[in-house]
Design a protein around this ligand. Structure first.
Ligand code: PLP
Length: 397
């Protein structure tokens, strides 16, 4: 018996555990000080009423033999029509026409980011941005693929563009980005689509934060770009859109037009899902179907506006201090350059000790993250306001 030795090549991720440990140590040494966390990547607003009502109704259906549901329908890999119809309608509002057979409902984008790799050979070369959402990197290290990095830096606004000299088969793009908050315009995405089509590559486009886009030039779906259906898979999530981080639901789009090696990737993914996955619970699917209803859309927009208001407070604070940053406009994340040439961890300690504010050191997301720092807008308004006042008071000195 041999284990998968690729797992031994994974770098241990100390980022969030070190943030938690340092914060706990500070708190126990200074019990009188109140620490504010602007490091949270999880949502804090509750599920909206339209979702709650739909889930309650689904629970009642499960309690009655006449309306009880077991496994989901086979036809679309266990997704119910009501949910698929609502997803098609939400794409139609973005000007994108999809068929139900192109949508695969899952328990979230993180699982699909890793699972989708089952349909690709391990011989493919993968291109991931640096800094990066660690899942893209680690899932490919586990599989033993060759990995190239696309440098995201201050110079390119943390939006790397294709380099014709690099030959990649699988390309990860995340826009609006975690951790940098930077978002590609449609024109920039068109360059990636062009690169992928020329190189016979496939783009894995993570749209987990699409609902935060406000800039009309930025895409909410890669399929807003012509030709993308022939080269891109899109990974979507209800987590940040509708506060489903604890409910768990997402969907992945594999267009019928996406063919590699003469084989439609939609068929491979449908086969993979029907073999290794048994669908998302009926109650969750009904809750998710309510998200894109007229009422649901209005209610989730209020929550997203709340987070946007927090992002604006942080952006105003950084603008006032003359600190360079990306994000905050189309994203709940702000990615700032540490002042006075501090490293990411030096700035972490400095903020914690002098302002009792916790953020996330950028160096934990890749080498290009060194000297940068992530703040998030997922906290409460009150805490965000007080954190900004403390940061402003500290750095104005
Ligand atoms: N993709 C990105 C870029 C994320 O930042 C996250 C969560 O933080 C996810 C995917 C995970 O989404 P889900 O909760 O649907 O698994």
């Amino acid at each position: 018996m041999k284990i998968n030795e690729n797992f031994l090549k994974l770098k241990d991720s100390y980022l969030f555990s070190t943030v938690a440990r340092k914060t706990a140590e500070y708190k126990s040494a200074h019990p009188d000080k109140e620490v504010i966390r602007l490091s949270i990547g999880d949502v804090t607003r509750p599920l909206v009423p339209a979702v709650i009502r739909a889930m309650h109704a689904a629970v009642d259906e499960m309690a009655d033999a006449a309306t009880f549901r077991g496994y989901g329908p086979d036809r679309y890999c266990y997704a119910y029509d009501a949910l698929l119809d609502s997803i098609c309608a939400s794409y139609a509002r973005k000007g994108v026409a999809l068929q139900k057979s192109e949508i695969f409902v899952s328990d979230g984008a993180k699982s699909d980011c890793g699972n989708i790799l089952d349909i690709f050979s391990v011989d493919n070369t993968v291109l991931v941005p640096d800094p990066v959402y660690p899942v893209y990197l680690d899932t490919n290290v586990m599989a033993g693929r060759r990995i190239l990095f696309a440098d995201a830096t201050e110079k390119n606004g943390f939006l790397p563009m294709p380099d014709a000299r690099m030959k990649a088969d699988i390309i990860y793009l995340c826009s609006p980005n975690n951790p940098t908050g930077a978002a590609y315009t449609r024109d920039q995405l068109a360059e990636w689509v062009d690169y992928a089509r020329r190189n016979d590559a496939v783009i894995l486009y993570d749209a987990a934060y699409e609902y935060f886009v406000t800039d009309m030039r930025c895409a909410r779906s890669i399929y807003e770009v012509e030709g993308a259906k022939e080269c891109a898979i899109e990974l979507c999530s209800y987590s940040k859109t509708a506060g489903f981080t604890g409910v768990r639901c997402g969907y992945t789009v594999v267009p019928e037009a996406l063919v590699r090696g003469g084989v439609p990737l939609n068929r491979l993914w449908a086969r993979r899902q029907s073999t290794k996955f048994n669908g998302v619970s009926y109650i969750t699917q009904m809750g998710a179907a309510a998200v894109f209803s007229e009422e649901g859309e209005r209610e989730i927009a209020e929550n997203i506006d709340y987070y946007r208001g927090n992002a604006q407070l942080i952006a105003d604070c950084l603008d006032g201090l003359g600190i360079w940053y990306t994000g905050g406009k189309n994203s709940p994340y702000l990615w700032l350059k540490c002042p006075h040439g501090m490293t990411s961890w030096q700035f972490f300690d400095f903020l914690l000790e002098n302002a009792q504010v916790v953020g996330t050191p950028g160096s934990g997301f890749g080498k290009n993250g060194e000297g940068f720092f992530r703040l998030t807008a997922f906290g409460t308004r009150e805490n965000t306001r007080r954190a900004c006042e403390r940061i402003a008071a500290l750095l104005k000195k």
